[in-house]
Design a binder for this molecule. Structure first.
Ligand code: SF4
Length: 87
């Protein structure tokens, strides 16, 4: 299992919902039509922590890649390494 941190950059999220189409068990929209993470622990309106296995991580990253605005950032909490987007 891996501990990850997901940041939704709310200013970039344009409610395209592609992340939700790809990963409906992970992402949803809140009442301001900004993406949130349904799974794991909510730290703030834009930060979510979860413990994931390989399969769930793959789904989380697929949803992040699907966002046309790169509004979803995924980090390995242990190492601090950014898993997505690259760079
Ligand atoms: S795909 Fe991107 S813009 Fe669309 S809801 Fe998800 S985070 Fe927001």
């Amino acid at each position: 299992m891996k501990n990850i941190k997901i940041i939704i950059r709310r200013a970039l999220c344009k409610s395209a919902t592609t992340c939700i189409a790809i990963a409906p068990n992970i992402y949803a929209l809140d009442n301001e039509f900004k993406a949130i993470v349904k799974t794991g622990k909510k730290i703030s309106e834009s930060e979510f922590h979860c413990e994931v296995g390989e399969e769930k991580l793959t789904t989380i990253l697929a949803g992040a890649r699907a966002c046309p605005y790169n509004a979803i950032e995924v980090y390995d909490k242990g190492s601090g390494k950014k898993l997505y987007p690259p760079g």
